[in-house]
Design a protein. Sequence first.
Length: 232
Amino acid sequence: MAAMIRLTGVAKTFTMHLQGGAHLPVMAGVHLHVEAGECVVLGGPSGIGKSSLLRMIYGNYRCDAGAILVRDGEDDVDVASASPRRIMRLRRERLGYVSQFLRVIPRVPAIDIVTEAATERGASADEAKARAADLLARLGVPRRLWALPPATFSGGEQQRVNIARGLNAAHPILLLDEPTASLDASNRTVVVELIEERKRAGTAILGVFHDDDVRERVATRVVDVTAFAAAA
Protein backbone atom coordinates (compact mmCIF):
# COMPACT_ATOMS: atom_id res chain seq x y z
CA MET A 1 0.00 0.00 0.00
CA ALA A 2 1.32 3.44 -0.96
CA ALA A 3 2.04 5.87 1.85
CA MET A 4 -0.47 8.69 2.28
CA ILE A 5 2.39 11.13 2.95
CA ARG A 6 5.99 10.60 1.86
CA LEU A 7 8.85 13.09 2.20
CA THR A 8 12.21 12.49 0.54
CA GLY A 9 15.23 14.76 0.83
CA VAL A 10 13.21 17.78 2.00
CA ALA A 11 15.16 20.89 2.99
CA LYS A 12 14.16 24.35 4.16
CA THR A 13 16.05 27.61 4.67
CA PHE A 14 14.40 30.86 5.73
CA THR A 15 15.58 34.20 4.36
CA MET A 16 15.63 36.93 7.04
CA HIS A 17 14.63 39.96 4.99
CA LEU A 18 14.78 42.30 8.01
CA GLN A 19 18.35 41.20 8.71
CA GLY A 20 19.96 41.97 5.40
CA GLY A 21 18.74 38.84 3.65
CA ALA A 22 20.61 36.47 5.97
CA HIS A 23 19.85 32.80 5.45
CA LEU A 24 18.73 30.59 8.33
CA PRO A 25 18.98 26.86 7.52
CA VAL A 26 16.22 24.95 9.33
CA MET A 27 16.30 21.36 8.11
CA ALA A 28 17.76 19.14 5.42
CA GLY A 29 17.49 15.55 4.28
CA VAL A 30 14.02 14.95 5.73
CA HIS A 31 12.77 11.45 4.98
CA LEU A 32 9.51 10.20 6.52
CA HIS A 33 6.25 8.53 5.59
CA VAL A 34 2.77 8.14 7.07
CA GLU A 35 0.48 5.23 6.27
CA ALA A 36 -3.31 5.08 6.48
CA GLY A 37 -4.44 4.46 10.07
CA GLU A 38 -1.22 5.76 11.62
CA CYS A 39 -0.59 8.72 13.87
CA VAL A 40 3.04 9.65 13.37
CA VAL A 41 4.25 12.23 15.88
CA LEU A 42 7.06 14.70 15.18
CA GLY A 43 9.38 14.87 18.18
CA GLY A 44 12.21 17.16 19.20
CA PRO A 45 12.72 20.40 21.11
CA SER A 46 10.81 23.61 20.51
CA GLY A 47 12.15 25.57 17.54
CA ILE A 48 13.58 22.56 15.73
CA GLY A 49 11.14 22.95 12.82
CA LYS A 50 8.23 20.59 13.57
CA SER A 51 5.49 23.12 12.77
CA SER A 52 7.42 24.35 9.73
CA LEU A 53 7.44 20.79 8.42
CA LEU A 54 3.65 20.57 8.73
CA ARG A 55 3.27 23.90 6.94
CA MET A 56 5.43 22.64 4.07
CA ILE A 57 3.25 19.56 3.69
CA TYR A 58 0.15 21.75 3.71
CA GLY A 59 1.71 24.07 1.14
CA ASN A 60 1.93 27.19 3.31
CA TYR A 61 5.74 27.08 3.06
CA ARG A 62 7.68 26.03 0.01
CA CYS A 63 10.59 23.67 0.55
CA ASP A 64 13.96 24.36 -1.04
CA ALA A 65 14.72 20.78 -2.06
CA GLY A 66 13.17 17.34 -2.10
CA ALA A 67 9.68 15.97 -2.68
CA ILE A 68 6.51 16.08 -0.56
CA LEU A 69 4.16 13.44 -1.94
CA VAL A 70 0.53 13.41 -0.83
CA ARG A 71 -1.67 10.53 -1.93
CA ASP A 72 -4.70 11.55 -3.99
CA GLY A 73 -6.62 8.46 -5.03
CA GLU A 74 -4.29 6.46 -7.26
CA ASP A 75 -1.87 9.35 -7.72
CA ASP A 76 0.80 11.10 -5.69
CA VAL A 77 0.85 14.89 -5.81
CA ASP A 78 4.16 16.60 -5.10
CA VAL A 79 3.22 19.59 -2.96
CA ALA A 80 6.75 20.96 -3.45
CA SER A 81 6.09 21.60 -7.14
CA ALA A 82 2.28 21.63 -7.43
CA SER A 83 0.42 24.70 -8.60
CA PRO A 84 -1.54 26.76 -6.06
CA ARG A 85 -4.80 25.55 -7.63
CA ARG A 86 -3.74 21.90 -7.22
CA ILE A 87 -2.76 22.50 -3.61
CA MET A 88 -6.14 24.12 -2.90
CA ARG A 89 -7.86 21.05 -4.36
CA LEU A 90 -5.78 18.79 -2.14
CA ARG A 91 -6.81 20.83 0.90
CA ARG A 92 -10.46 20.64 -0.05
CA GLU A 93 -10.55 16.92 -0.83
CA ARG A 94 -7.64 15.16 0.88
CA LEU A 95 -5.60 17.18 3.34
CA GLY A 96 -6.90 18.61 6.62
CA TYR A 97 -4.98 20.85 9.00
CA VAL A 98 -5.65 21.85 12.61
CA SER A 99 -3.36 24.60 13.89
CA GLN A 100 -3.09 26.06 17.37
CA PHE A 101 -5.25 29.01 16.37
CA LEU A 102 -8.73 29.44 14.90
CA ARG A 103 -8.93 31.93 12.07
CA VAL A 104 -12.15 33.54 13.21
CA ILE A 105 -14.72 34.44 10.56
CA PRO A 106 -16.65 37.53 11.72
CA ARG A 107 -20.33 37.02 12.49
CA VAL A 108 -20.38 33.33 11.48
CA PRO A 109 -21.74 31.09 14.27
CA ALA A 110 -19.53 28.32 15.65
CA ILE A 111 -21.96 25.58 14.57
CA ASP A 112 -21.89 26.88 10.98
CA ILE A 113 -18.08 26.99 10.91
CA VAL A 114 -17.90 23.34 11.94
CA THR A 115 -20.78 22.28 9.68
CA GLU A 116 -19.30 23.95 6.60
CA ALA A 117 -16.12 21.90 6.91
CA ALA A 118 -18.14 18.77 6.15
CA THR A 119 -20.48 20.19 3.49
CA GLU A 120 -17.43 21.38 1.53
CA ARG A 121 -16.43 17.72 1.23
CA GLY A 122 -19.83 16.59 0.04
CA ALA A 123 -21.74 15.74 3.22
CA SER A 124 -25.41 16.67 3.26
CA ALA A 125 -26.37 19.71 5.32
CA ASP A 126 -28.26 17.58 7.84
CA GLU A 127 -25.46 15.05 8.24
CA ALA A 128 -22.80 17.76 8.51
CA LYS A 129 -24.75 19.68 11.15
CA ALA A 130 -25.47 16.54 13.18
CA ARG A 131 -21.78 15.63 13.16
CA ALA A 132 -20.86 19.21 14.08
CA ALA A 133 -23.24 19.17 17.04
CA ASP A 134 -21.86 15.84 18.23
CA LEU A 135 -18.26 17.06 18.06
CA LEU A 136 -18.97 20.36 19.80
CA ALA A 137 -20.85 18.53 22.56
CA ARG A 138 -18.10 15.95 23.03
CA LEU A 139 -15.51 18.72 23.19
CA GLY A 140 -17.47 20.52 25.89
CA VAL A 141 -18.37 23.65 23.96
CA PRO A 142 -21.53 24.92 25.74
CA ARG A 143 -24.63 24.73 23.55
CA ARG A 144 -25.41 28.38 24.35
CA LEU A 145 -22.27 29.34 22.40
CA TRP A 146 -23.00 27.37 19.24
CA ALA A 147 -25.05 30.17 17.65
CA LEU A 148 -22.40 32.79 18.46
CA PRO A 149 -19.30 33.70 16.44
CA PRO A 150 -16.13 32.39 18.13
CA ALA A 151 -14.40 35.79 18.12
CA THR A 152 -15.61 36.37 21.68
CA PHE A 153 -14.78 32.86 22.94
CA SER A 154 -11.89 32.04 25.25
CA GLY A 155 -8.72 30.62 23.72
CA GLY A 156 -9.62 27.10 24.83
CA GLU A 157 -13.15 27.38 23.45
CA GLN A 158 -11.84 28.64 20.12
CA GLN A 159 -9.40 25.76 19.96
CA ARG A 160 -12.17 23.24 20.57
CA VAL A 161 -14.17 24.75 17.71
CA ASN A 162 -11.02 24.53 15.61
CA ILE A 163 -10.58 20.83 16.41
CA ALA A 164 -14.25 20.11 15.73
CA ARG A 165 -13.98 21.81 12.34
CA GLY A 166 -10.86 19.86 11.40
CA LEU A 167 -12.33 16.51 12.41
CA ASN A 168 -15.79 17.13 10.92
CA ALA A 169 -14.26 17.50 7.48
CA ALA A 170 -13.10 13.84 7.74
CA HIS A 171 -10.17 14.26 5.38
CA PRO A 172 -8.22 11.04 4.73
CA ILE A 173 -5.01 12.86 5.73
CA LEU A 174 -4.82 15.12 8.79
CA LEU A 175 -2.08 17.42 10.06
CA LEU A 176 -2.30 18.40 13.73
CA ASP A 177 -0.15 21.24 15.08
CA GLU A 178 -0.34 21.17 18.90
CA PRO A 179 -4.14 20.84 18.93
CA THR A 180 -4.32 20.30 22.70
CA ALA A 181 -2.02 23.14 23.80
CA SER A 182 -4.88 25.30 25.17
CA LEU A 183 -7.00 22.49 26.62
CA ASP A 184 -7.53 21.13 30.11
CA ALA A 185 -6.99 17.47 30.99
CA SER A 186 -10.61 16.49 30.39
CA ASN A 187 -10.71 17.94 26.89
CA ARG A 188 -7.28 16.52 26.06
CA THR A 189 -8.72 13.08 26.84
CA VAL A 190 -11.60 13.72 24.44
CA VAL A 191 -9.18 14.75 21.71
CA VAL A 192 -7.20 11.55 22.25
CA GLU A 193 -10.41 9.54 21.85
CA LEU A 194 -11.30 11.41 18.65
CA ILE A 195 -7.83 10.84 17.20
CA GLU A 196 -8.08 7.13 17.97
CA GLU A 197 -11.43 7.04 16.16
CA ARG A 198 -9.90 8.69 13.11
CA LYS A 199 -7.03 6.19 13.15
CA ARG A 200 -9.49 3.29 13.21
CA ALA A 201 -11.31 4.89 10.27
CA GLY A 202 -8.05 4.81 8.28
CA THR A 203 -7.02 8.44 8.50
CA ALA A 204 -3.30 9.11 8.12
CA ILE A 205 -2.31 11.58 10.85
CA LEU A 206 0.92 13.54 11.28
CA GLY A 207 1.08 15.67 14.39
CA VAL A 208 2.97 17.80 16.86
CA PHE A 209 1.86 17.51 20.49
CA HIS A 210 3.01 19.75 23.33
CA ASP A 211 1.67 17.41 26.02
CA ASP A 212 3.81 14.33 26.72
CA ASP A 213 0.87 12.24 27.87
CA VAL A 214 -1.16 12.97 24.74
CA ARG A 215 1.83 12.22 22.54
CA GLU A 216 2.41 8.85 24.18
CA ARG A 217 -1.27 7.89 23.94
CA VAL A 218 -1.82 8.71 20.28
CA ALA A 219 1.54 7.96 18.65
CA THR A 220 1.92 4.94 16.40
CA ARG A 221 5.57 5.99 16.20
CA VAL A 222 7.67 9.11 16.79
CA VAL A 223 10.00 10.71 14.26
CA ASP A 224 12.69 12.85 15.90
CA VAL A 225 13.05 15.99 13.79
CA THR A 226 16.40 16.71 15.47
CA ALA A 227 17.90 14.17 13.05
CA PHE A 228 17.10 16.54 10.18
CA ALA A 229 18.36 19.78 11.74
CA ALA A 230 20.42 21.73 9.21
CA ALA A 231 23.86 23.07 10.00
CA ALA A 232 23.96 26.87 10.18
